[in-house]
Design a binder for this molecule. Sequence first.
Ligand code: GDP
Ligand code: MN
Length: 376
Amino acid sequence: MKVHEYQARQMFADHGVPVPNGEIATTSSEAYEIAERFNKPVMVKAQVLVGGRGKAGGVKYAENAEAAQVLATKIIDMDIKGETVHKVLISEAVDILSESYVGIILDRATQKPVIMVSSAGGVDIEEVADKTPEKIFKEYVDPVVGLQAYQARNLAYKLFKDIGQVRQGADILMKLYQTFWDVDASLVEINPLVTVPGGKVLAIDAKVNIDDNALYRQKEIEAMRDLAAEEPAEIKAREADLSFVKLDGSIGCIVNGAGLAMTTMDLVKRYGGEPANFLDIGGSSNPQKVVAAMDIILSDPNVRSILINIFGGITRCDDVASGIVEAFKQLKPSIPVVVRLTGTNEKEGKKILASVKLPSADTLDNVVKKAIELAG
Ligand code: GDP
Ligand code: MN
């Protein structure tokens, strides 16, 4: 789950990471009031969950409260990569002398958090990683003992020459790691971490992604979920307890098990199709889940055929078949649905399915080809 910059900033501030003063405005007159209270130049920053707001025109400098109001008028309701801006952060502007990058993610290969820093900050860090990977420095953290002070210092020396700034940098890294740990983040990022006249180091951007699997114990954070910024289909899927990711293709996929779902998508691509989604109905095969899955997929106008691939284990084919029949009754799909049903209670399942008219196909490969062919 992603949170907005202002929320991520609050998490940083709660852990002692220095950030500029800022407040949220939902109207341009609020923006004016906040900027007037600060009584100095401010940044007007669109709060959207997508990156690269600056380049998209969503981060602007305002000399005074009047300018902040004009800019807020422009930025509120602006569309940034498909997301509408509802809030702007009015943040005290700082003079920037240098910009660096600091990020922490979970490295799956080593099963450890990895801290990455680069003095080439501010810009697109993916590009730095791609073209000049030698400019990125890393430290892997043993999760049992946490980030060690010497590791934080090693990294801080890569960013700063001034010893005072090295100390501040190391301190910020320790606090950032604590934030990462405490909020169950899958990613925390400061881009840029800046130095200002007088020598202070501070975070002027903040990004935090929370591990969805930890939300059950991060109730306060879960309550921050911004439904307005999420795909309606993904909200529905979460409510139905389905793992679902919307994609841009035309072949809707309903599969049991994450691995089989990935394999199914691979096959769709191999035979020249594009999956419309990832969807795992999970282990237990409540027929209602199949109905919910069909409903979600049918609401996507790009979908031109649906591919159902079930390998019955704990999931029983007859339950899934009942779900499919029920979905046909309730939703009356006007696009072709191709089904592969094999494993536990396969015979019973196929009997149930006989009551709906489905294109026939046998092996997994053929079922996938059929779904693509029928999508046209
Ligand atoms: P992003 O585009 O979503 O990453 O948003 P950022 O918060 O990182 O802002 C984009 C860019 O705007 C930064 O890299 C800075 O160059 C610039 N910027 C943001 N805040 C300030 C500020 O307080 N002062 C100055 N001079 N520039 C800023
Ligand atoms: Mn940034």
